[in-house]
Write a protein that binds this ligand. Structure first.
Ligand code: NOJ
Ligand code: CA
Length: 701
């Protein structure tokens, strides 16, 4: 990977046993670290003189050894680092990684050694535990991580409920003290989830907090490798949050062999909400790309044999209805087709034709392979075969047809959470992809994990995800994972990990809907870990259009769906609706055809969590700028200041906007397309309907 490096490294060593502190490069953040009278390490963090985190404990308890108290600080090391690196794809071509580092080396009265390493950036900080090889304990079964994040006051939070198995929830906005009540009074924890009662006071990260004195604070983790994911238990009386690691079947949180560094615990902070969106802190805390030649990694737009199954007349991923009734059948050619199976040769051909006609790079086909019938009553033994197309899916023919048309087929591996079986099949599955000209796969882990009683976010599944992404890199395969542990910036290390779901996505528009605030909070929370396969681009929002008992309305205008391509940036971006719906609105579809999926630069112009976002982005491969804005369910006038454009240049803006009478509920498909000359001096007031949005393409004149 090409890199320009500006590294300055100053290493200082002091043998003081006193409290240590360190500031961010611009001096705005001040971190203090010390041990209390019981020898418990703790830290606190200030931003521009305001407390962000008050005294919060650090430490880790394992079965073999307790790294929690009776510590003294042996020494501290400091260092500074300043580098500009260039991701393979993303929101920015250049990312500045500038921090001051403080390593606090400690020993306790049992002779246990622990270092806590802090990196303080201008936009927040990260810290991790580093356990060196040591005489007293080298293999740890982790029982608890002590880490606290204590707020000075009853901050407002945006969070989803704690859950070891799913993050497909809507966000709840509540004061920290009210959050457990607010979450638990809601119905509808995910039906597949093995929700654990000990999570009654827990929330998941990334979460966002806002203080009454105007600080925005994102709490998450970076570089989650070889360790379980972190949830946070809320201490409603003291406005505190404490790490709650996902356990395994036996209640152990993780098995470590020293030396071991935990993932980074991250706190992004600013008094300007736009800076939370712009922060690259989590990526910066991840290791550089492990993949040297990244030329095969190609961002893409795609359509899919997918939304049909969510909307259309009992259409199924399965080829047949037989298998459920007849356990033991293995010969699929003997099954009776159910006639409701869209992943068939003729239908897929139509999608390929549509993609070719409109310059869409890929076609995802779900339900192409054997195993879906097994998802019914025999699911205990469920197994998918990743090299066995259904009888009505003529892969050799479609492979050649897609190639001839210049379109890539995208593979689908629904594992039904049988992770162990997937690992056994993985080499065969990836080789099968390569043999058939597939470069990208959408993976899925719906249901309770096999091995039984493991969790979607336990160490086992974190290890599984790493195994899959590294194996994929060996085969030069790109991954879009669904139902995997939520991302922690590992896309920097594995840029073939183009996208993840790991949140409640657009598909829920067919299952109860996502309020407009949902896509106005995701960029402040879930997206800080990496791009989401949200599946935007829904033009037919009233589902009664599909007849036969389908009801419900997606809570979005058509124009908002265009805006999501910019407010929910992803290098693997779906145009989720049916080709026939794009054919009904060809002028609006033009925006989806034009919008890039990777960027040279991005400027957040307006932002308030769960309320509104306005962003401008510069295409990586041309001089075109794009601007988009969204609101919540209130109408809003965005004010776009075009001063980000180069002075003196003239652009023509094509503006896709909500019509004056548009409304997500009553008039979602009312949009206007207008053009306007724009320079860096232009200021534009742009109306947005309730649940609406706008999208602009700016081309140099
Ligand atoms: C859930 C995924 O999120 C969805 O996109 C997929 O179609 C189904 N699982 C089936 O694999
Ligand atoms: Ca899902």
């Amino acid at each position: 990977m090409k890199k320009s490096l500006f590294i300055s490294l100053f290493v200082g060593l002091s043998l003081s046993v006193f409290a240590a502190d360190i500031k961010s490069p611009n001096g705005n953040l001040l971190l203090n670290v010390d041990v209390n009278a019981q020898g418990q390490p703790y830290y606190n963090l200030n931003y521009k003189g305001k407390p962000v985190i008050v005294d919060s404990k650090l430490g880790l308890a394992a079965k073999e050894a307790k790294f929690t108290d009776n510590f003294k600080i042996l020494s501290t090391d400091t260092a500074s680092f300043n580098e500009t690196w260039h991701p393979v794809w993303g929101e920015y071509q250049d990312i500045v990684n500038h921090y001051n580092q403080l390593s606090v080396n400690m020993e306790n009265t049992d002779g246990l050694l622990m270092t806590v390493c802090f990196r303080v950036f201008d936009d927040g900080m990260g810290f991790r535990y580093e356990f060196p090889i040591q005489d007293k304990a080298n293999y740890l079964a982790v029982l608890d991580e002590v880490t606290e994040f204590n707020f000075p006051a009853d901050n407002t939070l945006w969070a989803i409920p704690g859950d070891y198995d799913t993050d497909e929830f809507l966000f709840t906005e509540a004061r920290l003290s009210e959050m457990p009540n607010a979450l638990n009074s809601k119905k509808g924890r995910h039906s597949e989830s093995q929700w654990a009662p000990e999570l009654a006071n827990a929330v998941q990260t990334p979460l966002l907090a806002k203080s009454d004195d105007g600080l925005y604070i994102n709490v998450h983790e970076a570089a989650l490798i070889g360790y379980p994911a972190m949830q946070l238990d809320l201490d409603t009386a003291n406005y505190g949050m404490k790490a709650h690691l996902t356990p395994d079947k036996l209640g152990v949180r993780g098995y470590l062999q020293l030396p071991f560094n935990t993932p980074w615990r991250t706190i992004i902070v600013s008094d300007d909400a736009r800076e939370i969106l712009a922060s690259q802190l989590i990526l910066n805390l991840n290791e550089p790309s492990k993949i040297e030649d990244t030329s095969w990694i190609k961002p893409m737009k795609f359509i899919g044999v997918w939304w049909e199954m969510f909307t259309g007349k009992e259409k199924t991923w399965a080829y047949s209805d037989d298998f459920r009734a007849k356990p033991g059948i293995t010969d699929y050619t003997k099954l009776k087709p159910n006639g409701r199976h869209p992943a068939n040769t003729e239908n897929v051909k139509k999608y390929i034709d549509f993609a070719a006609a409109h310059g869409i790079d890929g076609v995802l086909v779900e339900g192409w392979n054997e195993g879906w019938e097994d998802w019914g009553s025999y699911r205990k033994n469920r197994q998918f075969l990743f090299d066995k197309p259904y009888p009505d899916f003529d892969l050799p023919y479609l492979r050649d047809y897609a190639k001839e048309k210049g379109v890539k087929l995208i593979m689908h591996h629904e594992t039904a959470a049988n992770a162990m079986d997937y690992e056994r099949q993985l080499d065969k599955a990836f080789q099968f992809m390569k043999d058939n000209n597939y470069d990208a796969v959408k993976t899925g882990y719906v249901g309770a994990i096999i091995p039984r009683s493991e969790h979607h976010t336990s160490q086992y599944m974190v290890d599984h995800a790493q195994y899959v992404i590294e194996k994929a890199a060996d085969y030069e395969i790109m991954i879009d994972s669904h139902e995997a542990p939520r991302p922690t910036g590992l896309i920097r290390t594995y840029p073939n990990w183009l996208a993840q779901e790991s949140a409640r996505g657009g598909e829920f528009e067919s299952m109860g809907g996502n309020p407009p605030s949902h896509t106005a909070i995701l960029p402040f929370t879930r997206l800080k870990g990496g791009p989401m396969d949200y599946t935007p681009g829904l033009f037919q929002t009233d589902l009664s259009y599909y007849g036969e008992g389908k009801t419900g309305k997606a809570m979005t205008t058509l124009a908002r769906q265009l805006a999501l391509y910019l407010t929910m940036p992803s290098p693997m971006q779906m145009a989720a609706d049916l080709p026939e719906n794009y054919e009904r609105f060809p002028d609006a579809f033009q925006f989806i055809k034009d919008v890039p999926v990777e960027w040279k630069d991005s400027k957040y112009l307006e932002a308030e969590p769960a309320r509104y976002i306005t962003v401008a982005r510069l295409d990586k491969n041309s001089d075109d700028w794009y601007v988009a804005g969204i609101t919540d369910d209130n109408a809003r006038d965005a004010v776009i200041d075009f001063s980000f454009l180069p002075a003196g240049s003239k652009y023509v803006a094509t503006i896709y906007a909500d019509a004056p009478d548009a409304h997500w509920e009553t008039n979602p498909q009312a949009y206007t397309i207008t053009t306007k000359d724009v320079t860096s001096k232009t200021k534009l007031k742009q109306h947005i309907a309730p649940g609406g949005g706008f999208a602009i393409r700016l081309q140099p004149k």
